[in-house]
Design a protein. Structure first.
Length: 344
């Protein structure tokens, strides 16, 4: 309120349609900075699209968690309740499932494109390592989420956690039944999946985007654009991606197997993990430890060994060789006969 000649007049706190009021308080203009015009190409939006799918997974995961009972006796029934009786439960669960597959595809494409352009070089090494760590966390989200189904596939995934924990000793002690007697392994996996892993992932995302903001986007051409343009295009692509995974959730909802039968191993994992399954077919349980360790270990050392022409050639040829091996293992895991690895 303001007084003029003894008369009170009302000042609109959100004048100019509210835009100026919002800008003054949220400083949105600070986001409208210059970026390379090259970044408006869709290939440069793979990182932002990864973040978009992660946001979908967080929102849907929070909803699913309201109905989930993380105990061996109640887990499968709670998922059945979610599918059959929770409002939009089947669709939200399927949206979570399809978004998981989408984020695996997008983050893989993003890593390949960054390696192809060698965008991990000085001064962006820490940016790269944060991205690799996020990819590793996405892998952990995938395998821990599978266990939470607690159907036959989920039960066998849980058994693989125990076997891997026993193999790796102190490093894998968390995944063994003997870690603590106060809670079940399933409840600890649920806590890991819904609290610790998200906290670490969000922290790494904040670091990753902060470094990109201050170190800039690696681009070959000097032309610039505004981040506003980039954000609008990314928003359009994100909306289209949401429509696609939303439709897939309607057309092909995620299934659920029968309650688990102890002592039986008969299922294959979700498609992104089939290459690990194929390696297990060759090496036994050690395959699920050695495979991811080699892939993420190689990605971690890439900025350190890519020094000069010899380093560039090493990264290129080793990267191509590992990619071919992963594809071959994936085909072996997908089309080969199901095998037992745990001797259950």
């Amino acid at each position: 309120m303001a007084e003029t000649g003894g008369t009170e007049t009302t000042v609109d706190p959100v004048g100019d349609g509210g835009g100026a009021w919002i800008e003054e308080r949220l400083a949105l203009s600070s986001l409208d900075y210059e970026i390379p015009k090259q970044a408006n190409h869709w290939t440069y939006m793979l990182g932002g699209l990864t973040a978009f799918f992660i946001l979908i997974l967080i929102v849907t995961g929070v909803y699913l968690g309201q109905f989930y009972n993380p105990t061996p006796l109640g887990a499968h029934d709670s998922v059945m309740y979610l599918i059959a009786r929770a409002p939009l439960g089947d669709w939200v669960r399927s949206l979570h499932y399809w978004s998981t597959g989408a984020v695996v595809l997008v983050v893989t494409a993003h890593l390949v494109y960054v390696v192809w352009r060698r965008s991990y070089r000085k001064p962006r090494e820490v940016t790269w390592w944060a991205g690799v760590a996020m990819a590793g966390l996405i892998f952990l989200f995938l395998v821990t989420g599978t266990a939470l189904r607690y159907d036959q596939e989920g039960f066998e995934a849980l058994a693989h956690f125990v076997a891997g924990g026993n193999l790796t000793g102190a490093l894998g002690a968390f995944f063994t039944e003997g870690f603590t007697r106060s809670t079940t392994l399933l409840s600890r996996i649920f806590s890991l999946h819904t609290s610790l892993l998200p906290l670490i992932l969000l922290s790494l995302m904040a670091l990753h985007f902060w470094l990109i903001r201050h170190l800039g986007i690696h681009a070959e051409r000097a032309e610039t654009s505004r981040f506003r343009t980039h954000a609008m295009k990314l928003g359009s692509i994100g909306l289209l991606a949401f429509v696609v995974v939303g439709l897939l959730a309607v057309i092909a909802p995620e299934g659920l197997g029968y309650p688990p039968v102890a002592g039986v191993e008969m299922t294959k994992p979700m498609w992104p993990v089939l290459w690990v399954y194929g390696l297990e077919n060759l090496l036994g349980v050690w395959g699920m430890v050695i495979g991811p360790a080699l892939i993420f270990g190689f990605l971690a050392i890439v900025p350190l060994v890519d020094r000069g022409d010899a380093g560039r050639r090493f990264v290129s040829w080793v990267g191509i060789a590992l990619s071919l091996v992963v594809v071959a293992l994936w085909l072996f895991g997908a089309f080969g006969a199901a095998q037992q690895h745990l001797g259950m």
